[in-house]
Structure formats: structure tokens, C-alpha cells
Ligand binder design. Structure first.
Ligand SMILES: Cc1cc2nc3c(=O)[nH]c(=O)nc-3n(C[C@H](O)[C@H](O)[C@H](O)COP(=O)(O)OP(=O)(O)OC[C@H]3O[C@@H](n4cnc5c(N)ncnc54)[C@H](O)[C@@H]3O)c2cc1C
Length: 393
């Protein structure tokens, strides 16, 4: 059941200074900051809940927090963002670890000394492993013409074929030889046994769940939330108000230069009467024999919720990646050359919209982690939204 924040607050604002389209993290951050500066905001979302893609809910049967649009882990290097989110929620000390299934065996990810020693059935020291991996590489990374060549130049053919090739193929639905080398940016390999997935200094999950964090951000009565309200379909919306738009940029301009490409994910849910199904939160599937890219066991994100964690019930979602159609949820921007051209046409039109500021992953056609979204929204508020509001008053 979605929360109904309007009823919870019991007070409605009638006159608004700002319209925010989209109650995802970008829109919520803008609304929170506007309220803090004394402005009243109407924030709308076409979905039945706030939080955008980071929304989660507590499953009625099991009490497990389920991330409706795929697993979300909070992690950041940005101290300002960390301090900001900690104003609205405390965080657990969850540290993320990922494993991968390859030819019937489980390996730790990202590739580290444990993965390498297990793969080669060896007990190599860091130096020995580095030497061995180097001996397996082919070509120079800087000359690589595609993702496959780059990966083989950096980590060697064995590890590439075992852990990267098929996974990448499933994730992008494209042969890695047809993907740009630039996707394989950093060396996904560690010559020690460090297996934490993220290296950020600030990590953890909101103690009471993501929705409690989002609810606290917009608790101020100067913020009114209207759900199941599509910006393009509700004629009663005050369209002349200063607006922050976080929906898809191509839709805003009526798709006049074309539709931007996205990938989406299908989820298949499985429920088990077991304390734990896979023993970890995220299990990647690195072979083509299994069409899913990974399985998420949600309760493992919150081992501190003892009763739920130790109960004999668990929920697992298998993920399947594919290209998004117009009706699908857009998850990851593809960013082909054609997409870039389409985007630059829309960005040119955006400059003519004097009373509208575009932001967030859909409004900018960019992949942002949650912390980057918040950082960008805080920055946009200080540098653009405040000016727009002050000049509108
Ligand atoms: C599968 C997946 C996993 C992720 N995992 C992580 C993770 O582990 N860690 C991390 O830091 N980040 C993660 N992210 C990224 C994270 O989801 C984003 O950073 C964040 O959600 C971006 O917030 P946003 O407000 O820009 O966009 P969104 O969350 O998409 O919010 C935009 C909102 O606008 C609404 N909207 C669109 N059009 C209209 C309209 N016409 N009228 C009204 N409302 C409209 C949408 O319904 C949506 O609610 C993940 C993303 C995905 C897709």
C-alpha cells in the first residue's frame, strides 16, 4: 500500500511558489530545500508513491523490505550528501558484498585475489597473481576498439570469458565486441582479498526503510504531494508556476526529435519457506545458460532486522535486462551516438524554457546514483531554482 502523505500531514497548501514534477530523489530534495527557504511547493508524481525508482515497501506476508524497481544501496564519497541524508534518517552499517555463479561454482566479486585463486585452484600471492593475469592479457588497452579487446588487454582472456563476457552480453543484449571500449573504464580487479563492493567511506541503508527517509524529507506542511498525477494529463495543474521537471526530457518536448533509448529490467519473484535461499543479497549469474543477470535476496540487506532476517521466509527476485519500449520503465540510458544527437537537440530547446528547470536522471538523460542525484539537486537548487523563485516573487 502506498503511503498517503497528504492525509498524514493533514494540512493542504493552497497557493504554491513552485511546481515539482516527479517525486523521485531529485524532486524530493528540491521540494525539501524550497520549503526550508520558505517556499511552498506542489510536488506531483504519476506513480502511486513517492521515492521514484528508489521506492521500497514492506512486504505484508514476510515483513521484508522490497525495492520495487531493483536493489538500491546507499553509498557515497560526498560528505555533504551524507550529512544531508542523515538529517532525515539514521543508517545501518550494511556493507555490500556480491558473489557470482560461474559453471556451478560461486566466486566473490569484484574479481579479487580470492576469485583468482579459486578460479585457477591456486594459492598465489598478490605478486604472483598479478604476474599470471598480466601473462594472460593481449594487446594494449589504449588501442582497444571495443569492450572485449579492452577487457582482454586489462584482465586477460580467462577472467574476461568467465566473469565479464556473458554477463555483459546479457546486461546490454549486445555482443561485447559491438560495445564501445569506454564502457570498461576501470580495472575491475583487486590483487588482495578485499571483497567490499563499494569503496565509499559512507555506506548504509536507511534504518526504517527508504520510504521513511523520503517521507521525512517532505514532512514540512509547505510541501503538498499529489500522486497518480501526470504532468501532461492533468489540466488543473498550475502550468505558469516556476517548475522543476524531472520526467523524461523527450516526452516534455513531445518526442519531436525522437525517443531516447533506455534499458529496462523485468523481475521474476520467487518465495521460499527458507531462512535464506542464496546466503547473500546479490548473486550475479555470469553464464549464458542462465538468462537472468542476477538474483536479489532482499532480506539480506537488513540483517539487523533480526525477526524478519531469521524467519523461515524469504523473497528473491531474478532480474532480466532488455531494451525498453515506450511503455516500459526506463532504467539505464543507453547513450548511443544517435541518443546523444537527439539529446543535444532537446537540450537546445530546454534553453528556451525560461520558467522550467530540468533535472534528475530522466530530465537529463543521465545515469546517476542516489548520492549523485541528491548532490545535483542540492546544487541545482542553490544555483538555479533559488534565482528562479526570487525573480518570480
Ligand atoms: C535498477 C536500478 C538500480 C539502482 N541501484 C542503485 C543503487 O544501488 N544505489 C544508488 O545510489 N543508486 C541506484 N540507482 C539509481 C537511483 O535509482 C537514481 O539515482 C534515482 O532514483 C534518481 O532519482 P530521480 O529523481 O532523478 O529519478 P526517478 O527516481 O526516476 O524519479 C522521477 C520521477 O518522475 C516521475 N515522473 C516521470 N514523468 C512524470 C510525469 N509526466 N508526471 C508526473 N511524474 C512523472 C516518475 O514517476 C518518477 O517517480 C539504481 C537505479 C536503477 C534503475
Amino acid at each position: 500500500m502506498p503511503y498517503n502523505f497528504e492525509v498524514e500531514k493533514g494540512e493542504k497548501v493552497k497557493k504554491y511558489d513552485l511546481l515539482v514534477v516527479g517525486a523521485g530523489l531529485f524532486g524530493l530534495t528540491i521540494s525539501q530545500r524550497a520549503a526550508e527557504e520558505g517556499y511552498s511547493t506542489l510536488v506531483i508524481d504519476k506513480r502511486s508513491h513517492i521515492g521514484g525508482n528508489a521506492y521500497s515497501y514492506f512486504d505484508r506476508e514476510t515483513g521484508i523490505e522490497i525495492h520495487k524497481y531493483g536493489a538500491h544501496l546507499f553509498h557515497t564519497k560526498n560528505e555533504k550528501v551524507w550529512k544531508y541524508v542523515n538529517r532525515f534518517s539514521s543508517f545501518t552499517n550494511y556493507r555490500h558484498h556480491v558473489f557470482t555463479l560461474h559453471e556451478g561454482r560461486i566466486y566473490p566479486m569484484p574479481i579479487n585475489l580470492g576469485t583468482i585463486n579459486q578460479y585457477y585452484s591456486a594459492a598465489m600471492s598478490p605478486k604472483e597473481a598479478e604476474k599470471l593475469v598480466e601473462s594472460k592479457t593481449e594487446g594494449a588497452a589504449k588501442d582497444a576498439k571495443n569492450l572485449e579487446e579492452r577487457a582482454i588487454a586489462l584482465i586477460g582472456r580467462d577472467l574476461y570469458e568467465a566473469f565479464i563476457r556473458d554477463y555483459t552480453c546479457k546486461q546490454w543484449q549486445t555482443d561485447p565486441r559491438d560495445l564501445p571500449a569506454s564502457i570498461f573504464t576501470r580495472l575491475p580487479i583487486r590483487f588482495n582479498y578485499e571483497s567490499s563492493y563499494f569503496s565509499d567511506p559512507y555506506q548504509g541503508q536507511p534504518k526504517e526503510g527508504f520510504c521513511s527517509l523520503f517521507g521525512a524529507m517532505i514532512k514540512d506542511p509547505k510541501i503538498e504531494v499529489r500522486l497518480e498525477c501526470d504532468y501532461f494529463e492533468d489540466p488543473s495543474l498550475p502550468k505558469d508556476l516556476p517548475t522543476v521537471y524531472t520526467g523524461p526530457i523527450d516526452r516534455y518536448f513531445g518526442y519531436r526529435y525522437g525517443v531516447l533509448g533506455w534499458r529496462t529490467i523485468d523481475f521474476k519473484e520467487k518465495r521460499y519457506d527458507l531462512r535464506s535461499f542464496q546466503g547473500c543479497s546479490v548473486l550475479n549469474k555470469s553464464d549464458m545458460t542462465d538468462p537472468s543477470t542476477r538474483s536479489i535476496e532482499f532480506k539480506a540487506f537488513n540483517p539487523e532486522r533480526k525477526e524478519v532476517f531469521e524467519s523461515e521466509k524469504t523473497v528473491v527476485w531474478d532480474e532480466y535486462s532488455r531494451f525498453a519500449g515506450k511503455e516500459d520503465e526506463p532504467y539505464y540510458p543507453i547513450g548511443t551516438q544517435k541518443d546523444k544527437e537527439i539529446l543535444s537537440n532537446y537540450e537546445a530547446l530546454e534553453k528556451g524554457e525560461k520558467n522550467v528547470i530540468f533535472g534528475g536522471r530522466l530530465g537529463e538523460y543521465a545515469y546517476y546514483n542516489m548520492d549523485q542525484t541528491i548532490a545535483s539537486a542540492l546544487d541545482t537548487f542553490e544555483n538555479k531554482v533559488l534565482c528562479m523563485l526570487r525573480s518570480g516573487k
